[in-house]
Design a protein around this ligand. Structure first.
Ligand code: PLP
Length: 395
């Protein structure tokens, strides 16, 4: 008999966004025509920038002519795009070899697939609150999971401890959902810890482009010693509006080895077996992100999202409500006012202020009592939500 992967039975129902949608729909059925301000889901709302659109159009035309047509692309990525990413790191003082960069269809795909590199008999450390895919991908892979809860006292940036006996460590910085960002000194402690325990760090840098405080690291490879203990997974989804276009990249240094096996070589083997590469058209669009014009244009979009963050932060500051994130990340993670629980605050916001956000508890139990606002929404809605919040909670 075919044996299914019974680990799927261990997955907890992902009721978070489904539960939110159900509550909002029920509210709108009872209150038709009410203007609901959506600051919940972390998808982008601004379109792809013109430099990317031009490159995509041109690539479509290339595919229409025999001389410029492309069939299968190299499995590990178009050398031209690998070169762009390589240069992007070099500009930040990180020297990589071009074949340490792999092009992907996005970070979610990689976060799941990368687990092929590790034996089932591994324990993973997941700092919580966390992007839900980390836990689910590891449950499916049959790994043991050690949950490391973060809290307000450590600014949602937990530090390593001897008790954390894990073989793989997830770090997401800037973090989803908290928006918190590890400093260089803090990341150095994690790198030292990983080296001491021969652990591998999976560093999710999906939000690196939102960092504006230049003292903060965008990449784990800015930290000395990280090349033999870390893999970095990055995405153009939030950086450049590629959520529906799909492209990202992963860096696996050649120095990264465990048990005499080389992870870069293993990943080449994995990709050449499991993919036939990302589409030519998409990779041409992605390469345009790294041109000077592309960089200027994507940062203009990021600036617009940051204006949303500024509106919300101004009001939370005025109300004296604790929060983190917003400045170097597209998320604001706030303490629910008046001792409310996460879902209680959700219901209050929906029913009294017609604002939708995301209850912190949905990202792990230590998120109870906290709430996430996404800054990817419509600017008028965000401004209006900030105004309603201020009116509701001013003393
Ligand atoms: N990593 C984090 C922390 C995210 O928040 C997200 C998306 O929200 C992803 C990865 C997935 O990104 P992608 O669209 O590239 O799959």
């Amino acid at each position: 008999m075919t044996k299914p992967n019974t680990h799927y039975k261990e997955l907890k129902d992902s009721y978070l966004f489904f539960g939110i949608a159900q509550k909002v729909n029920a509210y709108l059925e009872k209150n038709p025509g009410k203007r609901v301000l959506r600051l919940g889901i972390g998808d982008v709302t601004l379109p792809l920038c013109p430099a990317v659109i031009d490159a995509l159009h041109k690539a479509v035309d290339d595919q229409s002519k025999k001389e410029s047509f492309h069939g299968y692309m190299p499995e590990c990525g178009d050398p031209a795009l690998r070169e762009c990413v390589h240069r992007y790191y070099a500009e930040r003082g990180i020297a990589l070899e071009k074949d340490e960069v792999f092009v992907s269809s996005g970070a979610s795909d990689e976060l799941g697939d990368i687990l092929d590199l590790f034996d089932k008999d591994n324990t993973v450390l997941i700092m919580e609150p966390a992007y839900p895919a980390y836990v689910d991908a590891n449950v499916i892979a049959g790994h043991r999971i050690l949950h490391l809860p973060a809290d307000k006292e450590n600014g949602f940036l937990p530090m390593p401890d001897k008790a954390h006996k894990a073989d793989l460590i997830y770090i997401c910085s800037p973090n989803n959902p908290t928006g918190a960002v590890f400093s260089r000194e803090q990341l150095k402690k994690w790198v030292d810890f990983a080296k001491e325990h021969e652990t591998v760090i999976l560093f999710d840098a999906a939000y690196e482009a939102f960092i504006e405080d230049e003292t903060l690291p965008h990449s784990i490879f800015e930290i000395e010693g990280a090349k033999d203990c870390a893999i970095e997974i990055c995405s153009l989804s939030k950086t450049a509006g590629f959520t529906g276009t799909r492209c990202g990249y992963t860096v696996i240094p050649k120095a990264l080895e465990r048990g005499g096996m080389n992870f870069n070589a293993m990943w080449v083997r994995n990709r050449t077996t499991k993919t036939n590469g990302v589409s030519y058209i998409i990779q041409r669009g992605a390469a345009a992100v790294f041109t000077p014009e592309g960089q200027r244009q994507i940062h203009e979009n990021i600036r617009l999202y940051k204006e949303n963050a500024a509106e919300l932060m101004k009001v939370l500051d005025a109300l004296g409500i604790w929060y983190c994130g917003g400045k170097n990340a597209p998320y604001i993670w706030m303490k629910c006012p008046d001792g409310m629980g996460s879902w209680e605050f959700f219901d209050f916001l929906l029913e009294k202020l017609q604002i939708v956000g995301t209850p912190g508890e949905g990202f792990g139990s230590c998120g109870e009592g906290f709430f996430r606002f996404s800054t990817f929404g419509n600017p008028d809605d965000t401004k209006e939500a900030a105004r309603r919040l201020y009116e509701a909670f001013k003393k």
